[in-house]
Ligand binder design. Structure first.
Ligand code: OMP
Length: 271
């Protein structure tokens, strides 16, 4: 999916919601555990209940690869089930020397056909560019993450008083246009998101950390939105575990619908 198509979906659905499919076998309702593929069964019902409210799905690969070959099969079935007009993110946080990154890119873009992948910038240009060589695919580069440890390295300043996350954004913007490059900016970093927007005016930001991690959706939307919206705001646990019994999918649908309604208001106010 290209940028114009993504923006069109955001406008059509009045939503910039990304539903995180962080499906934990130990957290899914008991009645699903005896089915052939409990992870897929759970995801299928979550997708059925939420697809009208979101523009992206982000399976976090850890939850699938932890289950071995069966987990990879559940992931592929999930990906195949996601409606084609919804943007897909492989949250894999990859990045390695060039020839290895090339095969990570092939795994997620060709073998699995995701639209995008999260990539760690630490190893530099040759670890990121192999992902950028795929037509109509996206790199979502970790810039300023949502977790407490984000302060350990990302805020370290170089000689020019630039924090590492600022250097990551400025440098990587020379490697690709905003048609292929997004940045991860944690919702818990709301006080810096306006500044980050000034560094990357036309790039989309993937913003995880609302819901379970306590990020403020209005602050993120107010400071981070550009005239194309420019945001995909992710919630995983807050949606998929909104309920825990046989009614789980309806509860997830309601949680997604509430976020979409809030987002509609912010699109009207801040875009
Ligand atoms: O790349 C990510 O998606 C990501 C980056 C980040 O800075 N913080 C962050 O929480 N994430 C992911 O976003 C999801 C957040 O999940 P919840 O806190 O349950 O909404 C998880 O899959 C995390 O791995």
């Amino acid at each position: 999916m290209n940028k114009a198509e993504l923006v069109a979906q955001i406008k059509k659905k009045e939503s910039y919601l990304c539903v995180g499919l962080d499906t934990d076998i130990n957290k899914i309702p008991a009645h699903l555990r005896d089915s052939d593929d409990p992870i897929f069964e759970f995801n299928k019902q979550i997708i059925d209940a939420t697809h009208q409210y979101c523009v992206a799905y982000k399976p976090n690969i850890a939850f699938y690869e932890a289950l071995g070959t069966k987990g990879w099969e559940s992931l592929q079935r999930t990906l195949d089930y996601i409606p084609k007009d919804i943007f897909t993110i492989a949250d894999a946080k990859r990045g390695d020397i060039g020839n290895t990154s090339k095969l990570y890119a092939k795994a997620f873009f060709e073998t699995m056909n995701f639209d995008s992948i999260t990539v760690a910038p630490y190893m530099g240009v040759d670890s990121v560019t192999p992902f950028l060589e795929f037509h109509d695919k996206w790199v979502i580069l970790l810039a300023h993450t949502s977790n407490p440890g984000s302060h350990d390295f990302q805020l370290i300043e170089n000689g020019e008083e630039k924090a590492l996350y600022e250097t990551v954004i400025e440098k990587s913007r020379q490697w690709a246009t905003a048609e292929h490059l997004m940045f991860v900016v944690g919702a818990t970093q709301a006080e810096r998101i306006g500044h980050i927007r000034s560094l990357a005016p036309d790039n989309f930001f993937l913003v995880p950390g609302v819901g379970a991690q306590g990020g403020d959706l209005e602050a993120v939307s107010k400071e981070g939105m550009n005239n194309e919206c420019g945001l995909l705001v992710n919630s995983s646990r807050g949606i998929i575990y909104a309920g825990s019994d046989e009614d789980f999918a309806r509860a997830a649908g309601m949680a997604a619908s509430n976020l979409q309604a809030e987002m509609k208001g912010y699109l009207e106010k801040y875009m």
